[in-house]
Design a protein around this ligand. Sequence first.
Ligand SMILES: [Zn+2]
Length: 288
Amino acid sequence: MTIQEFHEKASCEGWALGHFNISDLDQLQAIALAAKNLKCPVLVGTSEGERRAIGLKSAVYMIEGIRQDHGVTLWLNSDHSKSVETARAAFDAGYDSIHIDLSHLPYEENVKGTKDIVDYVKAKKPEVHVEGELGLLKGESKIQKEIIEVRSEDMVTPEQAADFVSRTGIDRLAPAVGNIHGLSANVKVIYPDLIKKIRMAIPDSVGITLHGGSGIIDDLIRRAIVAGVNNIHINTEIRLADTESLKKSLADHPEETTPYKIVAPVIEAVRLKVEEKLKLFGSVNKIQ
Ligand SMILES: [Zn+2]
């Protein structure tokens, strides 16, 4: 099944695909083990920074290698490509899914650049999924000590969503619906009623992605899925599971010099976190 088919299946059945970011092969191994254990289709994302750290081609071949080693259904997404050029470079390298995020630009420039990527991708490889972004999404994938406020004007209206989707031809929309990236001093809030209105304003075949899923309480995540979200991003909670277990492993075994032994508990900690999220998203047992 294609990415599009899985998104439509998730929408029909009321669950969401998990999207997890990676900085290295250990995190990818952990995600693959979780996907295999729970029989889940999963998206793996690399931001522009993560792509620079891993390498575009290396990321593509790592995913292909993991698919073959573990027999899992994973796709590679270019999370938050901030320009047409970086989105195009990811597609040219062989990414399965392109997230073009021009939400920092004036609206008409966002429409034009996003449509340029949709046209470029669909002319060459129509099965590659394209996500566009709308509204102001604040924060970074880390622990932020300050309060991050989301104002009503930062969020997307259903009318804007409908216009953006019809003019760009995207497969998935990432709308700002109260969400922020990373963890903040304030409790994270999203608005299921707004998600539902956006869901009703755009075609059923177009997916809705929720960015900044880390730190949102489980009940609100479930309500977002009921309202129409079918793809949820988790990055910061993966990074925390990784770095906390790595620090502990190094502290517990100061004499250890074999890297794969040092990171074994890291892979385990990340796997458990990913499995927790996949269960929450309802995506267990979707691979036959
Ligand atoms: Zn994001």
